[in-house]
Design a binder for this molecule. Structure first.
Ligand code: ZN
Length: 89
């Protein structure tokens, strides 16, 4: 797995900011999905903080690189596909 380039990190940071705006707007809508949205918003905030700290793109469990492709699909992902495997399929 290749490390993210600065350009990829910047691109994913923009994706995260867009996601954060979408989720923030969604939280003002109907109640039904609010819990999931709040959880995802928390992950999004953590991912943005990780970018600031220079720790973005590393699995929180096994410390392997998460990889650009997975982050492009889920920029807020905190775990690699292996570690998240049981939960997000
Ligand atoms: Zn992992």
């Amino acid at each position: 797995m290749d490390e993210l380039t600065p350009a990829q990190v910047e691109e994913l940071r923009q994706d995260l900011l867009a996601l954060k705006a979408t989720l923030t707007a969604a939280l003002e809508g109907p109640l039904e999905h609010r819990e999931a949205e709040e959880h995802r918003l928390a992950l999004t905030r953590q991912a943005l903080a990780a970018i600031e700290a220079g720790e973005y793109g590393t699995c929180k469990r096994c410390e392997e690189l998460i990889g650009y492709e997975r982050l492009k699909a889920r920029p807020e992902a905190a775990y690699c596909a292996n570690c998240a495997g049981g939960h997000h399929r």
